[in-house]
Design a protein around this ligand. Structure first.
Ligand code: NI
Ligand code: MN
Length: 236
């Protein structure tokens, strides 16, 4: 099944995704690979060309430094997180900010808004991480993914839907720190994607939003567009 026109999408649990582009570029978003539900084989030093970081919280910045050091991947993040990563010794970095687009090897990365915070917990000291963001990734074949990062429901989602028309959206549903199932269902009606992958649920007991509640809250016409993955599973 080639629902994504040659883009391979693997969910590693929480907000960690790996996308393999039609030209075999390997793009990670929020590679936190050591959470309680992480599939075991992700700790082995995977391949990466690009790493996109939505915000500074440890469950998103995750294993970025380690993965970048092992693979030499270029890390893309909001300017302040780029400064932090520079301080941590990474050199292959691209800072950007919301609304901007950066192009690399035929792939376009656009940073979007998100309503959330972004402080970096560095061994108990909070380092300013700019603001939380999301990403639109436009692959070589035009396929568009919107990874919302951590966010609540906000009006800009309808702009993102109208303007970028994402084919696939990765939306948090766990509640407490992000949208819950009902808000995410409403967000879908603003974004009008062809496909939806829920994320940021079940990792910890406090993330109570579940895919069942999300599906139930969705208007019927969107229900068969939802792809619920298990950590480590791939869709394409
Ligand atoms: Ni967060
Ligand atoms: Mn989070």
């Amino acid at each position: 099944m080639a629902r994504f026109g040659g883009v391979k999408v693997t969910w590693f649990g929480h907000s960690a995704f790996r996308f393999i582009s039609p030209n075999r570029k390997v793009i990670w978003v929020d590679p936190w690979l050591e959470h309680p539900l992480a599939p075991p084989d992700t700790k082995e030093g995977p391949k990466a060309d690009l790493i996109l970081v939505t915000h500074g919280h440890s469950d998103h910045l995750g294993n970025t430094i380690d993965l970048a050091q092992k693979t030499g991947a270029l890390v893309v993040a909001i300017y302040e997180i780029m400064l932090y990563l520079q301080k941590k010794g990474l050199e292959n970095l691209q800072g950007m900010n919301k609304g901007g687009t950066w192009e690399w090897e035929g792939i376009r990365v656009t940073m979007t808004d998100a309503t959330h915070s972004s402080g970096i917990d560095d061994a108990g000291n909070v380092f300013p991480g700019g603001e939380a963001a999301g990403f639109i990734i436009t692959f070589e074949n035009g396929f568009k993914v919107y990874h919302a990062g951590d966010t609540g429901l906000f009006g800009g989602l309808s702009l993102i839907g109208d303007f970028y028309k994402p084919d696939l959206v990765c939306l948090p549903i766990g509640s407490l720190f992000t949208m819950g199932p009902e808000e995410a269902a409403y967000a879908v009606t603003l974004l009008k994607p062809r496909w939806i992958i829920p994320m940021h649920f079940k990792t910890f007991p406090v993330l109570t939003g579940q895919p069942e509640a999300f599906l139930q809250a969705l208007p019927a016409e969107y229900r068969d567009r939802v792809i619920v993955l298990k950590p480590g599973e791939t869709a394409e």
